[in-house]
Design a protein around this ligand. Structure first.
Ligand SMILES: Cc1ncc(COP(=O)(O)O)c(C=O)c1O
Ligand SMILES: N[C@@H](CCCC[NH3+])C(=O)O
Length: 442
C-alpha cells in the first residue's frame, strides 16, 4: 500500500473503471445516477453495484469461450457477491452458480438459478448441506476428500438417490498470487492429492452406487494474473484424464474453477480470451464438457463502496478518516490489497495531490484503506468511492465494533433501488438473548 510513482492517476482510474463515469456538474456517476444523490438518499457507507457492468462482463466472458469455439458452462462464484439482485442479473444472462455452502445454494435457487446449473465446491460440507444438494439434484458436487466421497455416497444411498460428482484435484501448482488466496499447492487444504485420484476415482465410479462420477475439478486460487499457473494446473488435469481413461474409466466433465485476476492497481490482468485459449489448447481435443467458476472478474469492477469523510487530521501523516471501515471492506487489512479511491466531487484540474493515509474508524491500525496515497484535497463531509469493491466486499463484511451492515444499492441505467437495506442497531440486537438468569426478577 506504499506510495508508488506507477500508481494510476484519477483519470487512469476513470478510464479503466467504466462502472463509474464523471459528470462535470454532478461528479462521479454510476450509470445515470450521481453517487452524491445515493449518499443523500440512502446514507453512507453503502455499496453501489452497476448492473450493466455485471451484465457486460458476463457477456464478455461467454463471448471469449464462443470465440475459441469452446462450449463452456459458466457458473458465477456466489462467494464473491451474493446479493439476490446480482444473482438474478447473472441468472438472466444464462449463468449458473458455484456455491460453497447450503446458504449460497439456497440463495442461488431463490434467485431463480436452476439446480441443474449449480455446482457445489468447498472443503467442508456438512451432512445437511450434502442432503440439500441431493434433494435439489444439483448439477454436481465437487468432492474434496475420500472421507467426503464415502459420506456423500452413504447419504445418497440412504435417500435412494444418485448425485453427480467430480473429484477436486489438488495439482500442487502455485498460482503465484497472494498466499492467503492460493488453493492449489500440496500444502493447501483444498482438493484431493494428485496421486490419490486414480484409485479413488476407480472405486467411486465402479463401486459407489449413490454416485454418478462425471469427472474432475480444480481451482488454483484467486486473483491470478498470469497464464502460467492455469496452463500448469490444467495440464496436470488433462494428464489425469488420460490416466483414468487408460484404466477404462469414463471422464466426461472438467471444472476449471475460477481465479481470473483483475487490475486493481497496475497489474497487467489477463483477459478471458487468454483463459479460453489455454482451455482450448489443453482440453480442446479431449471431448469433455467444460465448466468455469469465475467470481471476482465479473463482480469486482461492478461495485464501489461509497463513503463520507468523517474528519481529517494532521499527525506525522495526513489522515482522512472515512465512515467506511475494515468491517465493510476487509481486503486491505487482510491481504494488503490496493483499491483505487476517487473523490466523488471532481477535483479541480489545478488542485495538487498530496500523500494521505485513508483510514476507517475501527479500533485497529489495520483499518487502513490506503497509506500515503496521492489524492486531491479532501475535507470533512466529502464523499469518496472505493473501487473494485463488488467482489469479496459486502460478502466478507462483519459487524466488528457493533457496526451494522451497510446498505446495498443496484443501479441499472437511470434506475436505482436499495437491494439490501442498511441494518439498524435494533436489527443487530434483535437476534441476541441475555440468559434468563440475568433478567429473572428484574
Ligand atoms: C472453488 C472456487 N471456485 C471459484 C472461486 C472464485 O474465484 P475468483 O473469484 O477468483 O474467480 C473460488 C474462490 O477462490 C473457489 O474457491
Ligand atoms: N477473499 C479473497 C478471495 C478468496 C477467494 C475464495 N477462495 C479476496 O478478497 O481476494
Amino acid at each position: 500500500m506504499s506510495l508508488s510513482h506507477s500508481d494510476p492517476t484519477y483519470n487512469d482510474l476513470l478510464r479503466t473503471h467504466p462502472a463509474v463515469t464523471a459528470d462535470p456538474q454532478k461528479g462521479l456517476m454510476v450509470g445515470s445516477v450521481a453517487l452524491s444523490t445515493l449518499a443523500e438518499e440512502v446514507g453512507t457507507p453503502c455499496w453501489v453495484i452497476n448492473a450493466e457492468t455485471l451484465r457486460l462482463r458476463a457477456q464478455l466472458m461467454q463471448q471469449a469461450f464462443t470465440d475459441a469455439s469452446l462450449p463452456v458452462t459458466c457458473h458465477f462464484a456466489v462467494k464473491s457477491q451474493d446479493n439476490q439482485a446480482c444473482l438474478t442479473v447473472l441468472g438472466q444472462a444464462g449463468w449458473g452458480a458455484d456455491v460453497v455452502s447450503g446458504g449460497e445454494l439456497e440463495r442461488a435457487l431463490a434467485a431463480g438459478i436452476p439446480a441443474d446449473k449449480i455446482v457445489f465446491s468447498g472443503v467442508g460440507k456438512t451432512d445437511d448441506e450434502l442432503k440439500l444438494a441431493i434433494t435439489h439434484d444439483i448439477a454436481q458436487v465437487n468432492v474434496e476428500s475420500a472421507e467426503e466421497l464415502h459420506r456423500l455416497n452413504g447419504l445418497a444411498q440412504q435417500m435412494e438417490r444418485t448425485i453427480r460428482v467430480s473429484l477436486r484435484v489438488n495439482p500442487d501448482v502455485d498460482a503465484k498470487t497472494h498466499s492467503k488466496i492460493t488453493t492449489g499447492r500440496a500444502e493447501d487444504k483444498f482438493g484431493i492429492a494428485y496421486t490419490d485420484i486414480p484409485s479413488l476415482y476407480r472405486t467411486a465410479q465402479r463401486d459407489m452406487q449413490g454416485l454418478n462420477v462425471r469427472g474432475l475439478a480444480v481451482h488454483l486460487g484467486s486473483q491470478i494474473s498470469t497464464e502460467e499457473p492455469f496452463r500448469q494446473g490444467y495440464t496436470q488435469l488433462a494428464k489425469m484424464v488420460t490416466t483414468l481413461r487408460q484404466d477404462g474409466l469414463s471422464v466426461e466433465d472438467i471444472d476449471c474453477g475460477g481465479g481470473l485476476g483483475i487490475t486493481y492497481r497496475n497489474e497487467i490482468a489477463p483477459a478471458p480470451a487468454m483463459l479460453a485459449q489455454v482451455m482450448a489448447d489443453i482440453f480442446g481435443a479431449l471431448d469433455v464438457n467444460l465448466r468455469v467458476e469465475p467470481g471476482r472478474w465479473l463482480s469486482a469492477p461492478a461495485g464501489v463502496l461509497l463513503s463520507r469523510v468523517i474528519d481529517t487530521k494532521q499527525g506525522t501523516h495526513q489522515f482522512v478518516i472515512l465512515d467506511a471501515a475494515m468491517s465493510e471492506l476487509v481486503r486491505p487489512a487482510m491481504y494488503d490489497s490496493w483499491h483505487g479511491i476517487l473523490p466523488v466531487h471532481l477535483p479541480d484540474a489545478e488542485a495538487a495531490t498530496s500523500p494521505v493515509d485513508v483510514v476507517g474508524p475501527v479500533c485497529e491500525s489495520s483499518d487502513t484503506f490506503a497509506k500515503q496515497r496521492m489524492l486531491p484535497p479532501l475535507k470533512r463531509n466529502d464523499l469518496v468511492a472505493i473501487l473494485d469493491a463488488g467482489a469479496y466486499g459486502s460478502t466478507m463484511s462483519s459487524t466488528y465494533n457493533s457496526r451494522p451492515f451497510a446498505a446495498q444499492i443496484m443501479v441499472d441505467g437511470d434506475q436505482w433501488a436499495v437491494i439490501r437495506p442498511r441494518q439498524t442497531l435494533e436489527d443487530l440486537l434483535a437476534c441476541e438473548k441475555t440468559p434468563h438468569w440475568f433478567t429473572q426478577g428484574a
